[in-house]
Every structure is written in structure tokens, then in C-alpha cells.
Design a binder for this molecule. Structure first.
Ligand SMILES: [Zn+2]
Length: 377
């Protein structure tokens, strides 16, 4: 065996390790402090262990999670402490998620601790980020009619879900879908989420980009560059990024101004002017006459959507934009390897909690791995 490689950790070993990590242990302690009155219930460490097992084994439902933990001796020991201890019931798992929704600040605090721990291990985490939204079809039917030519649906099983649009990916066609969208800021170097929110599907993606950058900053991330697709190429996004000292990178959307050629570099009788640097404080880029024969030889152009501070014709802009795929890949991993989908809960609050728990499990595992492999390795 290659001595430099750390063997892949078993999920069972990892759950035990995560439950003992300071970041998760504080969550257990915080929740214990709110111990509800009435029947004593299962230890909160076991309940958090159930939630971790659900995400790490990518199980959509609590029913299947409870069944697996009951049958799997190693997992059972890791989650509830010993083979002779009771495995929480499905009902207890539902009560636990209700408690987490009621004390969402404690869960947020836990996510903040995990991302802060990751920042120490991975200094590049959260500097260059990509922003995008992705579909999360609801656990409900959004058809207007109960059946073909049938009566109109009066009651929707998930009233918070709505119709939205998704773009095509690889073999799947784009089109309408009913449900929610997860909007996320993902680090393009580490591939890890930095900040995210879940909203009903009909809400426009561009509304959440700037608040998510603010959320990432509040979490302590630098956020130097924000990369997004053409859908985010609008004035408010570019200006909002610059207001926050973030450099936006987007492709150019074909608008009337672009058709007029307003985005093009200045020209003179000597040819097209060349980019000669940006002044971030001044929010402007400098352009120079190709021969230097013009007077003045150079001039400043105010930064905006048409003239970003990292000009689109530069290699730097192209290279940054090519890293945008990190956000798509992370959505794919979260959905397919961590059971972000299929949704088996209804209502915005529950879907949000599901996303938070899924991403927390993923980040906590990344933190454990980063700590196991020292920076120098
Ligand atoms: Zn000239």
C-alpha cells in the first residue's frame, strides 16, 4: 500500500469521529440545553448520529435509515453507543427534525463552526466562488388538473412548491418542473459549498446572488471573485459585486447595448486599444492606444456590466469562467451521493432543513478528511 495515502475512511468510523468532533459535539450540547419537558426521549447524540447516517448513506427517508441502523451492527454501535442501546424510532426522528427547525440558530452555528474549521485547513476555500441555482423537484404533484380532462386540483400537497424552469444538463432536457431551487455559492478550488439557500422554484435565481455573497462574507469568507452564467449578467449583479469589492465574471448577455457594440474596447486610427490594467478602488479599467501615437495615450473606462474589471477578452477572465463547472458538479454530488434528492419532505421549512443537514454532513466529512491529511501532504 502506498504509505502516503490515507485509506478511505469507513462511513461507520466517520460517523463516530464526527459525533466526537468539537463542531458537532457543541451542537449536541446546545440541543441538550433546550431539553423539552415531558418524556425523556433518545439521547441527542444518537439523534444527530441518525441524521449523519441518513446523509452519508444517501437514504431519502427516515424509515429506511432506522431500518438500516437497526440491522447494521457497526453502524448501530457508532450511532447509539452500543448494540444493546435502542435505535431511535421513526417518530423520534420526526420529532428531532421539528426540534431542529425550532432551534435553527443552533444548526446554523454548527454549520458556521464547520466552515470556519475548513477555512483553517483549506486557506483557498471561499476566495474564488461560482454561484448558481439548481432544481429540486417537490415530493408533490403540481399538475393543475387531477387527471386528463379531469377536475381542477383544489388542494396541493406541497403549497410552498411552485413551477420553475431548469436548463438542460447532459442527457436531460430542460423545461418546467414543480418544486424548489437550491441557490449556492461554491468554492471553485475546493469544490465545497460556502453559502446556500432553498427557495420556491418560481423565484428568479439572480435575486439570491448578492444576499448569498453577503452570507458568505458573514461566515468569514474573503470572496474575491464571483463567477456566474449568462443568466446573472445584469447591471445590478455587476454593480452589487463591485460595491462589495468582489470581482464579477459572467459571459456577455446579448442586449441592445451589446448589439450597438457598447461593450467593445475603444478604437482609433491605429487600431483597437489594449487592456492596460484595472484599478479596483477606482472601479475602472485602463486602455491604451496600440501604437501610443494618440494623445492622451490611454484612458480609463468606468467598470460596469459591459466593461468588467476583469475584461472578458483576458485569459484571466476565460480561465476563471472555465472553473464555473465546480458549482454544477457539487450540485450533482449533493443530489446523487448525499441524497439531497429525491425530496421526501414537503414545505419550505422542511426542505430547507433537509438541505442544511445534507450539506452539513458533507462539509463535516470534508473537514474530518482535511484534518486527517496535513496541509503539507
Ligand atoms: Zn491611437
Amino acid at each position: 500500500m502506498d504509505a502516503h495515502k490515507v485509506p478511505p475512511p469507513s462511513a461507520v468510523g466517520q460517523i463516530a469521529e464526527l459525533l466526537d468532533s468539537p463542531e458537532i459535539a457543541v451542537l449536541v450540547r446546545d440541543l441538550e440545553g433546550t431539553r423539552w419537558t415531558g418524556r425523556p426521549g433518545y439521547p441527542l447524540r444518537s439523534m444527530v448520529g441518525m441524521a449523519l447516517a441518513k446523509s452519508m448513506y444517501a437514504i431519502p427517508t427516515w424509515t429506511k435509515t432506522v431500518a438500516l441502523v437497526r440491522e447494521h451492527a457497526g453502524l448501530r454501535t457508532a450511532v447509539v453507543g452500543s448494540l444493546s442501546s435502542d435505535v431511535p424510532s421513526v417518530f423520534a426522528c420526526y420529532r428531532f427534525t421539528a426540534k431542529l427547525r425550532a432551534y435553527s440558530d443552533m444548526l446554523t452555528g454548527c454549520i458556521d463552526r464547520v466552515t470556519a474549521g475548513l477555512s483553517v485547513q483549506l486557506p483557498e476555500y471561499g476566495r474564488n466562488v461560482a454561484i448558481d441555482g439548481s432544481d429540486m423537484p417537490a415530493y408533490a404533484n403540481g399538475q393543475r388538473f387531477v387527471s386528463k380532462n379531469g377536475r381542477e386540483r383544489k388542494r396541493f400537497s406541497d403549497p410552498d412548491a411552485s413551477w420553475g424552469h431548469r436548463s438542460a444538463v447532459s442527457t436531460r432536457k430542460g423545461g418546467g418542473f414543480y418544486g424548489y431551487k437550491v441557490h449556492a455559492v461554491v468554492c471553485v478550488v475546493t469544490g465545497l459549498p460556502v453559502a446556500w439557500t432553498v427557495e420556491t422554484a418560481s423565484e428568479a435565481e439572480t435575486n439570491f446572488a448578492l444576499p448569498l455573497i453577503d452570507a458568505a462574507r458573514e461566515r468569514g469568507f474573503a470572496v474575491d471573485v464571483a463567477i456566474a452564467d449568462k443568466g446573472y449578467d445584469n447591471g445590478p449583479f455587476h454593480d452589487g459585486c463591485m460595491d462589495r469589492n468582489v470581482l464579477p465574471v459572467t459571459p456577455l448577455r446579448e442586449t441592445p447595448a451589446v448589439k450597438r457594440g457598447d461593450h467593445k474596447p475603444p478604437t482609433c486610427e491605429h487600431g483597437t486599444w489594449t487592456f492596460a490594467g484595472a484599478d479596483f478602488k477606482r472601479r475602472a479599467t485602463k486602455w491604451r492606444c496600440p501604437t501610443g501615437a494618440c494623445q492622451p495615450k490611454s484612458r480609463w473606462i468606468k467598470g460596469d456590466r459591459l466593461h468588467p474589471l476583469i475584461p472578458r477578452e483576458t485569459d484571466r477572465s476565460r480561465k476563471l469562467y472555465s472553473s464555473r463547472g465546480a458549482v454544477e458538479r457539487e450540485f450533482g454530488r449533493l443530489k446523487h451521493e448525499w441524497a439531497l434528492l429525491p425530496l421526501r419532505v414537503r414545505g419550505l421549512d422542511r426542505v430547507r432543513l433537509h438541505a442544511d443537514l445534507t450539506i452539513l454532513a458533507k462539509l463535516a466529512c470534508a473537514l474530518a478528511r482535511a484534518r486527517a491529511v496535513p496541509l503539507a501532504a
